[in-house]
Write a protein that binds this ligand. Structure first.
Ligand code: PXL
Length: 278
């Protein structure tokens, strides 16, 4: 069978297990040919370290796109994550125009726990919302969804009607499928809920709620989801594969969570992820 090829556009944080250092190995393990466009090189991610280096690679992105076009490359899908600037959001949009027909998966990656990440502005959130409107699948957490919709952030105590409404309003921004992560109806369970606006069908999948917050787990979820969708899995199966893999990676990290505060040991769970694709 022809191997599926996915481009992934996000930063390379050299230490800390997020963005490209999780997306590339996860999607490779799933059998995909992964073509990264690093948007910046940082010595570490920005969640909990101080004094990190940041080398902006914006100038290379249009040149990479132009070269790939000249080579006649094609992609089955593209997934995007943390981007450094409003300018880079425009470059991703240019990438979408340059390679029509790919499945476009956009994880907005600009906020969590009710707050914008360090260095992000409401202007960035507004531009990212437009990019999500161009996606086939967008994967915000509830904080990002609230910024995207201009609605107050509801941290807990919501019900299924509320989440379904959020998903309908996210799809109204233009994407075909919206997935919200970190949904908790029952304190014992956490998972993801999706709406396919073309069929009107809702999907949900829950696993154990482990009451801890690790950096990079959103990137792990989106990488597994993007890999599964690119392989042709249904949204129902993709949610299960991505939630179970994220939970397994968190669980295996719990015994030494103090030493591993910067990210989860997703590598040790890759065999389980591969098995879950059968
Ligand atoms: O996990 C998202 C992410 C990716 N890349 C960098 C980050 C973050 C979140 O803070 O700092 C550099």
């Amino acid at each position: 069978m022809k191997q599926k090829r996915i481009a992934t556009i996000q930063d390379l944080s050299c230490f800390g297990k997020c963005s490209l250092t999780v997306a590339h190995p996860i999607m490779s393990a799933m059998g995909l040919e992964v073509c990264p466009i690093p948007t910046a090189v940082l010595s570490t991610h920005t969640g909990g370290f101080s004094g990190w280096t940041f080398r902006d690679l914006s100038a290379d992105i249009p040149a990479i796109i132009a070269h790939w076009k000249r080579e006649g490359l094609t992609f089955d899908a593209v997934s995007t994550g943390y981007l450094g600037s409003v300018e880079q959001i425009g470059m991703v949009s240019d990438f979408f125009d340059a390679f029509p027909g790919m499945i476009k998966i956009v994880d907005p990656v600009f906020a969590d726990n009710g707050k914008l990440y360090t260095g992000f502005t409401p202007e960035y959130a507004a531009e990212m919302t437009k990019l999500c409107g161009r996606a086939d699948i967008t994967v915000p957490n509830l904080t990002e969804a609230s910024f995207m919709l201009g609605e107050p952030y509801v941290a807990s105590g919501y019900d299924e009607d509320y989440i379904h409404g959020v998903l309908r309003r996210l799809c109204a921004l233009g994407c075909r499928i919206a997935v919200v992560t970190g949904v908790i109806y029952d304190p014992a369970r956490q998972g993801a809920v999706a709406l396919d606006s073309e069929t009107g069908e809702f999907f949900e999948y829950f696993n154990e709620n482990i009451d801890v917050s690790f950096h990079g787990t959103g990137d792990i979820f989106t990488s597994a989801l993007a890999g599964a969708v690119t392989l042709g899995k249904s949204m129902k199966d993709a949610l299960r594969i991505a939630v179970d893999y994220t939970v397994a990676s968190i669980k295996v990290t719990m015994p030494d969570k103090d030493e591993h505060w910067y990210g989860v040991k997703f590598e040790t769970c890759l065999p389980e992820l591969i098995k879950s694709l059968d």
